[in-house]
Design a protein around this ligand. Structure first.
Ligand SMILES: NC(=O)c1ccc[n+]([C@@H]2O[C@H](COP(=O)([O-])OP(=O)(O)OC[C@H]3O[C@@H](n4cnc5c(N)ncnc54)[C@H](O)[C@@H]3O)[C@@H](O)[C@H]2O)c1
Length: 382
């Protein structure tokens, strides 16, 4: 019998099936979705028999008794479902964002602290090949001291804001139902990691473009969140789920004292990098510096996971992110080690967006971002 009995919760958790199937220590034993059609699709994809298919989450925990749950329900359910699992000693891999308000954050941190089980947030964008390589170069110091980065998530989601009967979906309520950077972790997390494991957002300032395309929703078409880091750097996050335009793959840039990186914008553009004298030891000539392809540095610096990945990893969703994140999570669970995106890192990625909702409503005033590591064991507030 497999060491870890895995339960998948809600449709999107199907994205992780390939990752779990590739690990002999894991067996997917149950699925859960209240929607019968979604439940059937998920169950069929995961090869789970009818007895392992549940409409109700508590029913799943009680009857399937999994070791691991993958929570991919709508955002407001992540924390309550994670806490229920953690209190039963069940390991949690949770979709983004980790939580929808600061009280949920506090509850989640407390639950992780009192549980013997592991919690990891599934920020899959941290595992995409280009940013894995950029981060590796940053960790080697090849950009010098990093002081600026950008992350952009520009994805027209208007078609996901109403049910076929016209009623509002959870996305309408929780992603575009208020102002602020409500879905910022895909943009912030990979950029933040380039500044090192100690870097976190210290203050947030958030402004918006106003509501133009779909004023039914009280959410700016474009939201800008400026994140001042405790290490002195700045990250600019753009969130746009409204504007009329094709979806761009998430854009990032990074600037340090010795070099810079820019993701492609499309139409044959490549990932561009310039590392100055770090890789050209000879003094710069009079000619102007020129961008090179990021992939010129892959042979020397690309981390192991992306060197010779199995075909199924490359084909897995979100540029392989949905595959590799499962491997890191399962390894942490099996070895009893801290997962790479533990609850505190999940808070580092999530809390700035929650604070941005306050900042934008106060005209963009910079507001401090609490560090949940400082939360006293029995504190009600920080
Ligand atoms: N990391 C990524 O790249 C990525 C991509 C898409 C979505 N997401 C996240 O995944 C989650 C789901 O997004 P989606 O696009 O699949 O939403 P969706 O609205 O398309 O689907 C939500 C599913 O959850 C089910 N559900 C509703 N309430 C539930 C409950 N209480 N318990 C279990 N299942 C429940 C619904 O029946 C539905 O099948 C969100 O948190 C979203 O932020 C992450």
């Amino acid at each position: 019998m497999a060491e870890l009995r895995v339960a998948l919760v809600a449709k999107r958790s199907g994205a992780f099936i390939t990752g779990f199937r590739s690990l002999p220590q894991c067996e997917i034993v149950a699925v859960c979705d209240p929607d019968p059609a979604m439940r059937q699709t998920l169950g069929d994809r995961a090869h789970v028999p009818d007895s392992g298919r549940f409409a109700d989450y508590e029913d799943l925990l009680e009857r399937a008794r999994p070791d691991v749950v993958v929570i991919a329900s709508p955002m407001p359910f992540h924390v309550p479902q994670a806490i229920q699992a953690l209190d039963l000693g069940v390991h949690v891999l949770s979709e983004v964002t980790a939580a929808v308000d600061l009280e949920q954050c506090r509850q989640l941190v407390q639950a992780v602290r009192r549980s013997h089980a592991q919690y990891m947030m599934a920020e899959n964008y941290c595992y995409r090949k280009p940013m894995v390589l950029v981060r590796a170069l940053a960790e080697r110091g090849l950009f010098g001291r990093c002081y600026f980065a950008e992350g952009e998530y520009i994805h027209d989601m208007k078609h996901r804001h109403h049910e076929p009967d016209g009623s509002l979906t959870w996305r309408a309520a929780w992603q575009v139902g208020q102002r602020g950077c409500t879905y910022g972790t895909h943009s912030l997390a990979p950029a933040l990691e380039c500044f090192g494991p100690e870097a976190r957002v210290a203050t947030v300032s958030c402004v918006g473009s106003g509501m133009h395309t779909d004023p039914e929703h009280p959410h700016d078409d474009t939201v800008l969140m400026l994140c001042q880091l405790n290490t002195g750097g700045l990250i600019k996050v753009r969130l746009d789920m409204m504007s009329n335009r094709p979806h761009n793959l998430t854009y990032y840039s990074l600037q340090g004292t010795k070099g810079g990186y820019e993701a492609p914008r499309g139409f044959g553009d490549d990932h561009k990098i310039w590392l100055g004298e770090n890789v050209h030891p000879q003094p710069l000539t009079a000619s102007a510096p020129e961008w090179r392809s990021l992939w010129d540095y892959a042979e020397d610096y690309l981390p192991a996971i992306w060197r010779d990945p199995p075909e199924e990893a490359v084909r897995a969703g979100h540029g392989g992110g949905d595959y590799f994140i499962v491997h890191d999570f399962v390894q942490a669970v099996l070895k009893g080690q801290r997962p790479p995106i533990d609850v505190y890192r999940a808070m580092d990625y999530t809390v700035p967006g929650l604070i941005s909702e306050q900042s934008i409503n106060q005209g963009g005033v910079p507001l401090p971002v609490p560090d949940l590591r400082d939360l006293a064991q029995d504190a009600r507030h920080w």
